[in-house]
Design a protein around this ligand. Sequence first.
Ligand SMILES: Nc1nc2c(ncn2[C@@H]2O[C@H](COP(=O)(O)OP(=O)(O)OP(=O)(O)O)[C@@H](O)[C@H]2O)c(=O)[nH]1
Length: 307
Amino acid sequence: MPVQGNTIDFDSARVKLGHGSTQQRRNGKPAATFQNTQRNLMQNLQTSLELDRVLQVFFSALQDLLLIDSLEYRHTSVTTPLLFGQPGLHRCSYRMSHAGNYLGELQLSRQTRFAEDELLSIEGLLATLMFPLRNALLYREALACALNDTLTGAGNRLALNQNLERDIRSSKRSGQPLSLMVLDVDHFKSVNDRYGHAYGDEALKAMVDCVTATLRNVDCLYRLGGEEFVVLLNNTDAEACHLVAERIRQSIEELQFQIDGQPLPMTASLGHATLRSQDDARSLLDRADQRMYQAKRNGRNQVIGTE
Ligand SMILES: Nc1nc2c(ncn2[C@@H]2O[C@H](COP(=O)(O)OP(=O)(O)OP(=O)(O)O)[C@@H](O)[C@H]2O)c(=O)[nH]1
């Protein structure tokens, strides 16, 4: 597939912007088209800090000016590339950076080859995208910091509160079941006491990786605090939740975590609960929590899902 590649540092792109704006004449379109597009783009890009939205606005503006079939955006912080439109045969791609900061890779495509003056237009508009894109990436990063536990990368309590409220509303509206489980690592104090806090941290991270690997992409793990975690399972009834909880319990038991080459056996106790019509976030969490304590009292390393 033919690719016209470019590395674009936005400082130099801004120089090209002046050049491009005087030369924009495509298929008989008046020069004002580029300037109008750019002016509209400037205004519309101010309306959102969401990366998806910013790129969608940019894609629409490009399509106003040029024939473009698709836009694909990749960045190390974005797990799945963001794709708008249907990819065509010919592509031009840009690796974007500003003041030494990597801003991602953007690829445009269509069925016919891009002409030089079109590439100039694209670069001119890319310069307009620079600050909104940088701000959207910073916003994303700030959100991730605000909503994730810094040690383990699991969601934090704020994220749990937000998502649980949202999921309860959606479950009550749709009638789809919603379950959650509370997980607490067993005898974790003895890990810290025996090996030190730093190794305790490593053990917690390994446990979180293990639980995450056991979950579907749509299921989320949150750290309530200390060695206590919550897993939120949408569209999941009590029976299915029990199976998932049992799978998690087993995978933690089988986790081959080592400290200085020595195996460190780890287990966890889990309690789960499924949303009832009269439940709110507090009562649902409390019920799962009580069952987790029941599992502790029963001897730990087990799952309890009914009273
Ligand atoms: N390394 C590390 N330890 C933590 C962290 N947060 C909490 N802890 C420790 O986790 C331990 C929890 O101890 P307890 O509440 O007594 O529970 P436990 O020893 O796991 O015993 P049971 O829950 O009854 O099975 C304490 O030693 C805390 O210091 C953390 O971020 N890192």
